[in-house]
Design a protein around this ligand. Sequence first.
Ligand code: THU
Length: 164
Amino acid sequence: MAQPLHLTITVDVVASEADLSPAEATTWQAARAATDHAYAPYSHFHVGTALLLDDGSIFRGTNQENAAFPSGLCAERTALFGLAASQPERRIVGMAVAARPANGDFVPVTSCGACRQVMAEYEHRQKQAIPLLLQGPNGSIYRFSSLSDLLPFGFTSDDLPRVN
Ligand code: THU
């Protein structure tokens, strides 16, 4: 007989930026500021990501588009790949993503499937959950306690057969 499996994800709905901790507010503002450096001449959708690191510094990423459309990359992955390539010893202790039209105000955004897979990879690699801030509706901010909350049943290295 089939049994249902119920999954529960708890998301804190923070009323406004004023209710974030100082470290969260810094990360949140950095993601928003990063949207100024998006390279999005085709979609005109500016996305910024900020990673809060264990030394208190912030590492930013923005979406980078390309005339050959599939060659572009999302802000989340430019941030995570850039950090992994340049400072792999750092732990990520927080992440925020912000988005807005080129000449408009910030809008709610959620990460695409490919980014979720990459986010899960680096969280799994550092063996420490990474909280995530995303804009919600009506000025609210969604606080996820772990990046893997965005990817139930995600595939990680634990699912690969050991070869040695
Ligand atoms: N984009 C991101 O950077 N992150 C997301 O999570 C969603 C989409 C970018 C990709 C592309 O440059 C533009 O937004 C429109 O899809």
